[in-house]
Design a protein around this ligand. Structure first.
Ligand SMILES: Cc1cc2nc3c(=O)[nH]c(=O)nc-3n(C[C@H](O)[C@H](O)[C@H](O)COP(=O)(O)O)c2cc1C
Length: 336
């Protein structure tokens, strides 16, 4: 633990970019918009965050910058994640991402969704390492900010190719790798196999970030100890819990734990999230907030009933009424 502590208290260098925090908020499609990232950043001001993945083909055909790529002026450090299988489109999109203010460009080589893999993007690039290399080379040649890759350990149990693949990404010019310790076939099921992340760490010299099953401070420490990774990235653990990245970062920086978030504090955060989504996206934000609010409804009496009701809300007033009532009830039980 001592050696680990020493390493974790120093900044992380991704080529020219220096990060004061080694805890990352992952890109999550349909989740990590500007509103969500702002909440996470309140508790983890120095952590790297990612936009949702953006299609380079869409960027090529659209005249305007897609909303998914929008970054607030005060967001730093922030990375824009791109996906596609065409090196030329990726390079073009990367240039636009730089103009938007991205600190790094992250290339998605892990998405398991059929719609993406059938078109040659996401995790299907694990099976086409030459194309993956061509993409990285082209983007590296085009932009002068670091280019990073987020991927999985392989396609399935018969094709765990991450060792060869990681080396190829490094050789092509990638400046950091984030490894989600599952195969494409696993989707999000089963345990993340951190042992493969440890093996990657042994053979590349660029930073390696461990991802998969980081749901608590303890899990983060265990993962860092087992993998010797240079940092950890939180994903599903942040759904309805934007405090997680900050909690881990705080522990790594100070050796002490932040106070436990009470149910009423969590619901207040849910209410803020809900209202900010409305402000940012209008009625679409209300519909999108249904899933977020459901994720927040955990760990207090009446949570499952509330979850059911918030998953059907139609208006701002309805949502605020439900949340205000629940916050009041939680506060009462917390005082007693
Ligand atoms: C709803 C959802 C959306 C996701 N969207 C993205 C994405 O846009 N880009 C990406 O690289 N990974 C995406 N992922 C994968 C996560 O970033 C992460 O690699 C994965 O969930 C494993 O970590 P976990 O076990 O801690 O959840 C997504 C996962 C989920 C559950």
């Amino acid at each position: 633990m001592f050696q680990l502590k020493e390493k974790l208290s120093t900044p992380l260098k991704i080529a020219s970019v220096e990060l004061k925090s080694r805890v990352f908020q992952s890109p999550l499609s349909g989740v990590t918009d500007l509103v969500f990232r702002r909440l996470v950043r309140r508790y983890a001001p120095q952590s790297m965050m990612y936009t949702e993945m953006v299609s380079a083909t869409e960027i090529h055909h659209l005249k305007a910058i897609p909303r998914l790529m929008e970054i607030a002026p005060d967001e730093d450090p922030i990375s824009i994640q791109l996906f596609d299988c065409r090196p030329d489109f990726m390079a073009e999109a990367a240039e636009k991402a730089v103009a938007e203010g991205a600190k790094t460009i992250d290339i998605n080589m892990g998405c398991p969704v059929n719609k993406i893999t059938k078109k040659g993007g996401g995790s299907s690039l694990l099976r086409q390492p030459e194309i993956a290399q061509a993409i990285v080379k082209e983007v590296v040649k085009t932009v002068d900010i670091p280019v990073t890759v987020k991927t999985r350990i392989g396609w399935d149990d018969q094709e765990i190719t991450i060792l060869d693949f990681a080396k190829k990404m490094e050789d092509a010019g990638a400046q950091m790798l984030t490894i989600h310790g599952r195969t494409r076939a696993q989707g999000y099921n089963g345990k993340a196999r951190w042992e493969w992340i440890a093996k990657v760490k042994e053979i590349v010299s660029i930073p390696v970030i461990a991802n998969g099953d980081i749901f608590s401070v303890d899990a983060a420490i265990k993962c860092l100890e087992e993998t010797n990774a240079d940092g950890v990235m939180c994903s599903r653990g942040t759904l309805g819990y934007p405090f997680l990245v900050g909690e881990i970062d705080y522990f790594l920086q100070t050796g002490t734990r932040r106070a436990i978030v009470t149910p009423s504090q969590r619901l207040e955060c849910a209410k803020e999230h809900f209202n900010n989504l409305w402000e940012y996206k209008g009625i679409k934000g209300i519909y999108q907030s249904r899933k977020h609010l459901s994720w927040y409804c955990k760990g207090f009496s009446g949570a499952s009933e509330l979850r059911d009701r918030v998953s059907r809300i139609e208006t701002l007033e309805e949502g605020n009424q439900l949340l205000d009532h629940a916050i009041e009830l939680c506060r009462k039980t917390e005082i007693n």
